[in-house]
Design a protein around this ligand. Structure first.
Ligand SMILES: NC(=O)C1=CN([C@@H]2O[C@H](COP(=O)(O)OP(=O)(O)OC[C@H]3O[C@@H](n4cnc5c(N)ncnc54)[C@H](O)[C@@H]3O)[C@@H](O)[C@H]2O)C=CC1
Ligand SMILES: O=P(O)(O)OC[C@H]1O[C@](O)(CO)[C@@H](O)[C@@H]1O
Length: 539
């Protein structure tokens, strides 16, 4: 069986294999989408194929929507060539249930794909779609770093510098591309639209807005865009940037799942790693549980996604729910497991949850250090959410999620995942930053991880991170087993407000972290020993 539009016409064959098919005519929806494009999504990767597209499929299945989503890829064109084109834009979602059963579903709601490549004819098509009055949403899952225009020294990165000089016609960075597309929309009729970031970080909509506004202002100063364009962009009845909280664990595609699909008779299920490091396959494996909370601000209307389980609410509630998830109840625990999982040679997050020390560490970070500063968001209960994460979601033995995946881009995540809690402790009169014992342990774990040696002292490959070279330039001066080599090498990292959101020395944690670090590098096995010492556990 091939995952193609033609093959899914043979409904009985797919049914016999136990695979659910779209309950609508995929071709017709694709046609309708061409005439009436309402939703573009930037970032054609795994979460889009396994979650966002599922929401729209849900509406199409119920007859609540008539059009699909157009996937836009602006960075890794191999995804389109190798994962969209050969499979007619279909994706296959494999849900890993807690009892080991799989629920498999062909997703047909991705109606088209576009490469946002200026040298390709697709660019013209993208400009047309973007200036279409029907367009309601341009959403994004492009990873947190893609929103950054500047490097850590505060300078515009190379592509952005060039984009600012070159104006509307040759943008390279995704934010400049989107700003240029928005200008087309403005010129065409000032039509309204919502730009919806579904990336996993605090204030995602605001960050998208600020980045786009920065480019627009630079272009306005150089005379590339009209001043009124800034009015359009900053008028939320025209262009909105809703905040969102997105939550579904969508690990990289796993060989085990691929094998199971092949056993069912599916062909061409190969997992690829692109030259830009995206690991992707025709299928997506994911957990069943998910949450999506979005600020209800869509000036050109939106599909009735509440019918697919999305919670629409006000900005303050999204902020609270997002803070709860990203800064305390899920992502800090994930990053903790990522760092120590790599150091202690774990292959899955679920296996780590069987390690009494690691389970205790995430409990301490979640319940003891995180929960006290969480503001109850109303729509979800933080304690119950945390319990579900620790007791149900992370330990799911069928989820092929790896610490190495979550360890990607850790430098971009520390400020949000740990810095926010540190700041709350600093601000609250009833709490002291120096009461924090376990968050510093994770920060130290990360510094130890950056030595690229596992706890036994064996070389370990580090996950991609835009700051890796910079960080390694300090850390590589330190030798395992030689506490004296620490010297001042940690100072530039620990005092970097861009990395942690605070200067860790100023808040009183720097020295403690340095001293923990020295214990961590005493020699092989020290990471495990230190965890046992501070957590009173036996790993
Ligand atoms: N995988 C997951 O479980 C979840 C992911 N997310 C969010 O979605 C993001 C993407 O996750 P996945 O789709 O799983 O990853 P992925 O690796 O499968 O896809 C990443 C996507 O982002 C694009 N991208 C990467 N760097 C870019 C850049 N500099 N400029 C423009 N586009 C760029 C890639 O081309 C690709 O389309 C995450 O970083 C996170 O913020 C949110 C919830 C769950
Ligand atoms: O650390 P990352 O790359 O944002 O990934 C975090 C993981 O946890 C989640 O936050 C779960 O919702 C997803 O974004 C992803 O599976």
């Amino acid at each position: 069986m091939l995952l193609t539009r033609e093959s899914i016409r043979n409904i009985d064959k797919w049914r016999q294999a136990g695979i659910k098919l779209p309950n609508y005519d995929v071709e017709k929806v694709a046609e309708k989408t061409k005439e009436n494009p309402t939703w573009l999504h930037f970032g054609a990767g795994n979460i889009f194929r396994g979650f966002i597209s599922l929401l729209q499929q849900n509406l199409l299945d119920k007859g609540l929507s008539k059009t699909g989503i157009i996937a836009v890829e602006s960075y890794d064109y191999e995804i389109i060539e190798k994962i969209y084109v050969p499979y007619d834009n279909l994706s296959m979602l494999v849900v890993m249930n807690l009892d080991g059963t799989l629920e498999i579903e062909v997703i047909g709601s991705i109606s088209d794909k576009i490469m946002a490549d200026l040298t390709h004819s697709d660019w013209k098509r993208l400009k047309d779609v973007f200036s279409n009055p029907y367009l309601q949403i341009a959403s994004f899952t492009i990873t947190e770093k893609a929103y950054n225009l500047k490097d850590f020294s505060g300078e515009y990165i190379k592509d952005v510098k060039e984009d600012i000089e070159n104006g509307l016609d040759k943008p390279k960075h995704i934010i400049s591309k989107v700003t240029s597309l928005l200008y087309q929309r403005y010129k065409k009729g000032k039509y309204p639209v919502a730009l919806l970031s579904l990336d996993n970080f605090s204030g995602n909509g605001e960050k998208l807005f600020n980045s786009i506004k920065t480019i627009a202002e630079e272009w306005q100063r150089k005379g590339f865009v009209e001043t009124r364009f800034l009015d359009y962009l900053t008028d939320s009845t025209k262009v909105s940037f809703p905040l969102s909280m997105i939550d579904k664990i969508v690990p990289r595609p796993s060989e085990e799942v691929k094998k199971k699909l092949e056993d069912l008779g599916l062909e061409r299920m190969d997992i690829i790693k692109t030259s830009k490091n995206t690991i992707i396959a025709p299928f997506v494996n994911a957990e069943k549980i998910h949450y999506l909370v979005i600020e209800d601000k869509f000036p050109n209307g939106r599909p009735p996604l509440e019918e697919a389980g999305v919670i629409f609410t006000d900005k303050e509630t999204v902020e609270k729910v997002e803070r709860m998830k990203v800064t305390t109840c899920l992502n800090p625990l994930h990053t903790t497991l990522a760092i120590f999982g790599c150091l202690l040679n774990y292959n899955t997050i679920a296996d780590e949850m069987k390690d009494p020390c690691l389970k205790k560490l995430v409990e301490k970070i979640g319940y003891d250090e995180g929960l006290p500063v969480v503001v109850h968001p109303g729509v979800l209960d933080p304690k119950e959410f945390l319990r579900e994460v620790i007791e149900v979601r992370f330990p799911n033995p069928y989820m092929p999620d790896t610490p190495q995946r979550i360890a990607t881009d850790t430098s971009q995540k520390m400020a949000i995942r740990f810095g926010e809690t540190i700041k709350s402790y600093r601000e609250r009169p009833d709490l002291k930053v120096t009461d924090l014992k376990y968050i510093p342990l994770v920060i130290v774990g990360w510094l130890r991880y950056l030595m690229a040696l596992d706890d036994e002292g064996n070389p370990m490959t580090l996950s991609p991170d835009p700051l890796l070279e910079d960080l390694r330039s300090h850390i590589s001066n330190i030798k395992l087993g030689d506490v004296n080599s620490v010297q001042d090498n940690l100072k530039p990292i620990l005092s970097n407000v861009n990395i942690f959101g605070v200067d860790l020395y100023e808040v009183g944690l720097g020295e403690r972290i340095e001293s923990y670090f020295k214990e961590f590098i005493e020699g092989p096995g020290a990471v495990r020993r230190v965890l046992e010492k501070y957590l009173g556990c036996k790993g």
